[in-house]
Design a protein around this ligand. Structure first.
Ligand SMILES: [Zn+2]
Length: 62
């Protein structure tokens, strides 16, 4: 039985399986409870490069 954590891919721990740790278990629980439609998780999204670029172009005298 070599399962891996569905959250981070690390080997799962018997205490928290199928997760590797309570942290990942909480992450999954949070997603399950909140529902994917209710609270979009930014952690899976790509960085907002437009915002970063805009901030970079923002004139800031130093
Ligand atoms: Zn994990």
């Amino acid at each position: 039985m070599s399962k891996t954590c569905p959250i981070c891919g690390e080997p799962s721990d018997d205490r928290y399986r199928p997760f590797c740790s309570k942290r990942c278990a909480d992450v999954d629980l949070g997603r399950w409870m909140s529902g994917r439609y209710a609270i979009p998780t930014a952690e899976e999204d790509e960085p907002d490069e437009d915002a970063l670029a805009a901030a970079d172009r923002d004139p800031r005298p130093q």
